[in-house]
Structure formats: structure tokens, C-alpha cells
Design a protein around this ligand. Sequence first.
Ligand SMILES: C[S@@+](CC[C@H](N)C(=O)[O-])C[C@H]1O[C@@H](n2cnc3c(N)ncnc32)[C@H](O)[C@@H]1O
Length: 264
Amino acid sequence: MGESSFSEVDYRYFRKKVLERAGIDLDAYKPRQMRRRIRQLSEKMGYASLRKYWRFLEKNPSEYERFLDYITINFSEFFRDPDRFRELEGRIIPELLKKTSNLRIWSAACATGEEPYSLAIILEERYPKVSCRILATDIDEAALRKAEDGLYEEMHLRNVSLKRLNRHFTKEGDKFKIKDEIKRRVKFKKMNLLEDDFPREFFHLILCRNVIIYLEDEVKDALIAKLHAALKKDGILFLGGTEKILSPQESGFKPAGACFYQKI
Ligand SMILES: C[S@@+](CC[C@H](N)C(=O)[O-])C[C@H]1O[C@@H](n2cnc3c(N)ncnc32)[C@H](O)[C@@H]1O
């Protein structure tokens, strides 16, 4: 089946409804992927028409939540891309701490919390006395609720050493709960990266990983510019493994290792 098996009029209607209710503009994301995901989900529920599927979503809050989860793709795991996390721990954070004793970090698009908690674990272990605030934001409220709950299945913990697992988690049934001393270091907040304003020249380190790959090029460029403005001079932007800034200089950055960019 082709990607546009929905009528264009219905898709426009559906897009408007999602924008009104969730504040998510489907057009900001790569259209083929987005339409495929919506089609898969609506057909799975037995709806070939998007208008009918929307009516169904309006009447079924849990299905609406499932739909949002699915289109926002909020998979994450602790220490995702472990080599880069080692670099963050061994080089990037120590360098930032040479310049400030009050580190401000933002995990933008934090999904279910694995990313900011990984940072908090590093800070708790290496710099227990250093004052450091980690802001963690996402557009998806259900993901944020899970993040605040801090309870994880084993598959999200495959990069966590046994030593860290024992020190920072408690076992609850077949899941693992992050301890309060780690939780306390992170503040979660709902934020739409494409719509909301960011503080200016505020953060020393911003992680924005595995979200810009889903965005249309123009939307991605505008977001990179907003993230640049939110960083302090010499601050670091940490992107996902498959994400790149094509002309860093033009965007006001210089490369600072694979996946890391420093604000000039
Ligand atoms: C694949 S997860 C990335 C999680 C984490 N950064 C990582 O790399 O493991 C992508 C996240 O981006 C969030 N997201 C998508 N569009 C967003 C937007 N416009 N504003 C804020 N978050 C958004 C989704 O809700 C999802 O949780």
C-alpha cells in the first residue's frame, strides 16, 4: 500500500485535530515516516478512514495516549551510545567543570528519563558535591510521567554495569527503580521544542538526541539555531549517533568530537 492511502483532505483534517489537541504539528516531521506510522496504527485498530480513527481516539483516552506514544517514538535506554557517554564523562563534563562550579544541563526530548538519569548517575558518582541542575523536557506527558516514576524494564538497562545497577537502583519485581538520590538531581517539565521559547545563553550542556532525525530539514535547522541561542558561549551540544550539523561553522559551532558540538 502506498504512503498516501489516506485521502489528503482527511489527512489535513487529522493533522489539524492533532495540532489543536496535542500541540504537535505532524508537518514538522518527515512525512513518509509519519504517515506510515499513523497508517499502521489506524489500520491496526481497524480504521481505514482517518476521520473515523480520530473520532475513536477522541472517545478513548487510553488509545489516544497510545497513539501519541507511538508517533512521538519515545524509546530510550540508559547510557545510549555508551562510547559517547564515556567521552561525556571522561572529557566533556570535566572540561565544562573547569569553567563553572554551577553546571546547568538540559536533556531536551528526554522521553522516559533514561538520558537525564544517566547524566545524574555520572554526576552523583564523580561529583557528588558539585551543584548541578539537570532539566529534562519532552512533549509527551505520558513519557514524562514514566520518567518521574523511574521504574524500568531490564531491556532499558543493558548498558548499565552491575556495579551501577546495584548502587543506583532497587529491584521491584522484574523491574528496576531508580533511587531517590539520583531522581532528586533531575527536574522534569513538559516542553515542545518546536513551539516553546528557550532560556537564552543559559545552559553549559544540552543533549538533544534522537529527535532531529525525525524532523524536516528546515524545522531541524530552526531547532539547531534555537539550541545554539540557549547555550552559553563554549557550551556543548550533544546529538544522537546518526545526527549531524552539516556546516557547524555556519551554525555557530565547532565540532568537539563525534556527536559533540561546541558553541563558538
Ligand atoms: C527517540 S526519543 C529520544 C530519547 C532520548 N533523547 C534518547 O536519545 O534516548 C524522541 C523523543 O522526542 C520527543 N519529541 C518529539 N517531538 C518533540 C517536540 N516537538 N518537542 C519535544 N519533544 C519531542 C518524543 O516525545 C520522544 O520522547
